[in-house]
Design a protein around this ligand. Structure first.
Ligand SMILES: Nc1nc2c(c(=O)[nH]1)N=C([C@H](O)[C@H](O)COP(=O)(O)OP(=O)(O)OP(=O)(O)O)CN2
Ligand SMILES: [Zn+2]
Length: 121
């Protein structure tokens, strides 16, 4: 079983020479796994997870991502890996992170985490 929680944040970024300065509403989904609580059945109390999300969001929401340490090149993939590392460093049981940007029907996204298949040799 896994529990997931979605959140959004607004941020600007650019990836020269491919893109100039612009912004997105990023949609992030945090996937959690762990031992189920014998009473509530959950591995994570989402009330506690909300606090962790708020702390991570403070670093990126309404920010220019290129200025955030570790996000100097804020591609989808680097952002997703950065978010996985941020959450994994403070929250046990983070299995993977999915990040989406763009409008429905033109959404681009990336998933990174523990369940990624090892890179083909
Ligand atoms: N695999 C990836 N490929 C590319 C990425 C990426 O993050 N992962 N990024 C780029 C450039 O940044 C490109 O300009 C990205 O487009 P986007 O950030 O979506 O900017 P848009 O101008 O297209 O904004 P929209 O809101 O999507 O119109 C290239 N390749
Ligand atoms: Zn963009």
């Amino acid at each position: 079983m896994e529990t997931f929680k979605q959140f959004t944040f607004e941020a600007a970024h650019q990836t020269p020479p491919f893109s100039g300065l612009h912004g997105h509403t990023f949609v992030v989904c945090l996937y959690l796994q762990g031992e189920p609580d014998p009473i509530y059945g959950w591995s994570h109390n989402l009330d506690d997870v909300e606090g962790v999300i708020a702390n991570v969001k403070r670093k990126i929401d309404h920010k220019y991502l290129n200025d955030v340490e570790g996000l100097e090149v804020p591609t989808l993939e680097n952002l997703t890996r950065w978010l996985f590392n941020e959450f994994s460093s403070v929250l046990p049981g983070v299995d993977r992170i999915a990040v989406q940007r763009g409008t429905p029907g033109q959404t681009e996204g990336c998933t990174f985490g523990k369940t990624m298949r090892p890179r083909a040799a």
